[in-house]
Design a protein around this ligand. Sequence first.
Ligand code: PGA
Length: 257
Amino acid sequence: MTRIPLVAGNWKMHMSVADARHLVSEMVPGLQSKIGVDKVICPPFTALLAVASLLEGSDIHLGAQNMYWEAAGAYTGEVSPKMISEFCEYVILGHSERRAYFNETDQDVNRKVQAAFDHGLTPIMCVGETLEDYESNRTYDVVFRQVNLGLNGIEFELGESNVPNLVIAYEPIWAIGTGRAATPQDANRVIAEVVRSALAELYGDNIAQKIRVLYGGSVNGENAKDFFVQSEIDGALVGGASLKATEFIQITNAAAA
Ligand code: PGA
């Protein structure tokens, strides 16, 4: 089974509109038309419109970093799936920073995943254990629970060329932004034994084998290829290193190789 790798850059709360324009202009020549990898850029909401216009006509996709689950209404400060679907094809949901700092629960993530599907968006649903979970051997329980509750009751859709409209990112929280990545072998094992086996229980082996599962946490231009040679790792969700054009291009090239 060959899954097309996907590399997504999560800019988090960085970049003014002018900075975003500058960074994307630097990235486009290196990313555009790179075959064998799907490329996704996820700027903050305020830069989506500007980045969307720069990506028009390219094969680089746009994603948001979060959204609410209602389509419209009196929800001051929120952004809806309907709004982001005007610009974006992807949306990151349940990132550990959302879970930790904004109290997002598995139930919230579940509602958002459903709303993303309802609006034709491809969710990149994030799962991953804390350092405490990791050190007390609870990784499998925590990740299994997050996959199951996040996808609870969600019916599956096969998208274009039978590629599922769902991406999972396994991001051990202790590896995010710390420079301490998981070992590629450990990440591969968690993805194989927990993420993909939970997906197989939910959707059957055939679909589970088609769903892209990314690794995230301190991926950079140097270590990316070590993750991408692993059988179960289908790309990366990249934070810090996605803010540098040359490094993000290097990671994308490693995924395409
Ligand atoms: P990092 O972030 O690459 O800076 O560790 C990854 C993420 O939070 O998705």
